[in-house]
Design a protein around this ligand. Structure first.
Ligand SMILES: Nc1ncnc2c1ncn2[C@@H]1O[C@H](COP(=O)(O)OP(=O)(O)OP(=O)(O)O)[C@@H](O)[C@H]1O
Length: 370
């Protein structure tokens, strides 16, 4: 992730960048619910609930750099979906296409059925976005920061004060609401930004690295508040993260992204058990010398609901002819998500992940909240 001076990657409510249409505040929803109110009823008992997000063959390039290179994924309504990947994987670019901050030059993106290329304002009204870069104003109090977002999002004047109070309470900042944001800790700033995004009662909350640079206690606190709001509202959450432990603990489903592509998709348990199966397969006599990882081969671990997505597969699946009897070795232990990532992303992950721009931007973000 980078800051605004590096390619117009501004916040959803901020000034339009070179690739953005000017942001007209969303039309007021006269009876819009507060951040903790239940979501409006579905159209009818038998009406299909559209997925919160659908991407099909999404591509985005910065010049020669294919930041997003054919992404297919569906985020189901009500789930916490994690987009996991190293620096430069393409997570932020994909998120920004979904938020409409970047155009969709190739492929298709829908948010609750609305086409992000053709119905940008309809999409923006449905989502709250917390970018990596600072979106709170240090010179304003917590309450003023959230009130500013309420105005930008056209929360009706009648409702504004109550909504701001609710949003601050939802993130545990009631007592600190009158203090200037510059006196907040990193964790409090992140929670303030969460309140800013929640004040418009979004159906989809998108968070780009919400806990980067925070200490473990602040990280837990941010997640607890996200989960509490989700439990109260049924809101869908799409989050990007580098942290495998957080992804494992807090996300219902994950997409593992590397070099612009989704390499695997599923629940944390599904991803781990698929790796266990691949490891078992490679321990058969026929696979004593497993084939090298081959990019582009579909694998059972790869995105069960995204058939077009491919992932580097290890050896072709075979049926074990005898029970494994090899002595304990690292691959016999319960695989972690990091093991899964290394398996599907292939060797050289560390060397291939992120260039100078990506590392610099991550450090900047960490510094500003640290
Ligand atoms: N404005 C830009 N101009 C040129 N290249 C860019 C720009 N923004 C991103 N990129 C490149 O696009 C690729 C994907 O970057 P992106 O920020 O989407 O990845 P990411 O997974 O979000 O990384 P991070 O975790 O560091 O935020 C990287 O190679 C990055 O250097």
């Amino acid at each position: 992730m980078t800051t605004d001076d590096e390619g117009g990657r501004g916040r959803l409510t901020g000034p339009a960048g070179p690739d953005e249409e000017p942001h007209t505040p969303a039309a007021p929803a006269p009876d819009a619910p507060g951040p903790n109110a239940p979501l409006p009823d579905a159209p009818g008992p038998n009406a299909p609930v559209p997925d919160a997000v659908t991407c099909r063959a999404l591509r985005y390039a910065f010049g020669e750099t294919k930041a997003v290179d054919g992404v297919d994924l569906s985020v189901r309504t009500g789930e916490v979906f994690g987009l996991l990947g190293p620096n430069g994987a393409g997570k932020t670019t994909a998120i920004r296409c979904i938020t409409t901050l970047l155009p969709v030059p190739a492929g298709m993106v829908r948010v609750f059925g609305h086409d992000a290329a053709k119905e940008r304002m309809a999409v923006r009204r449905l989502l709250g976005y917390v970018p990596q870069q600072l979106s709170a104003d240090a010179g304003l109090t917590g309450r003023e920061n959230v009130a500013l977002f309420a105005r930008v999002f056209d929360v009706s004047r009648r409702e504004r004060a109550a909504r701001v109070t609710q949003a601050l309470a939802a993130v545990g900042l009631t007592d600190a609401a009158g203090r200037l944001a510059k006196t907040y800790s990193g964790g409090m700033i992140r929670r303030l930004e969460l309140a800013q995004a929640l004040v418009s009662a979004p159906r989809l909350l998108m968070l780009d690295e919400p806990t980067i640079g925070l200490d473990p206690i602040a990280r837990t606190s941010v997640w607890e508040h996200i989960n509490a709001v989700r439990a109260a509202t049924g809101m869908t959450v799409l989050v990007t993260t580098h942290y495998m432990d957080e992804a494992d603990q807090y996300c219902d489903r994950l997409a593992l992204m590397h070099q612009g592509r989704i390499r695997a998709l599923g629940t944390p348990d599904e991803l781990r058990s698929a790796l266990r199966a691949r490891r078992r397969a490679t321990r058969t006599p026929a696979a004593a010398h497993p084939a090298p990882l081959t990019p582009g081969t579909p694998t059972p671990a790869a995105a069960p609901d995204t058939p077009a997505t491919t992932a580097p597969a290890s050896a072709p699946p075979t049926t074990p002819s005898s029970p494994p009897s090899a002595p304990s070795r690292p691959s016999d232990t319960e695989p972690t998500l990091e093991d899964v990532f290394r398996d599907v992303a292939g060797s050289g992950l560390d060397e291939q992940s992120g260039d100078f721009r990506d590392v610099r931007s991550t450090r900047r973000t960490a510094n500003r909240v640290g």
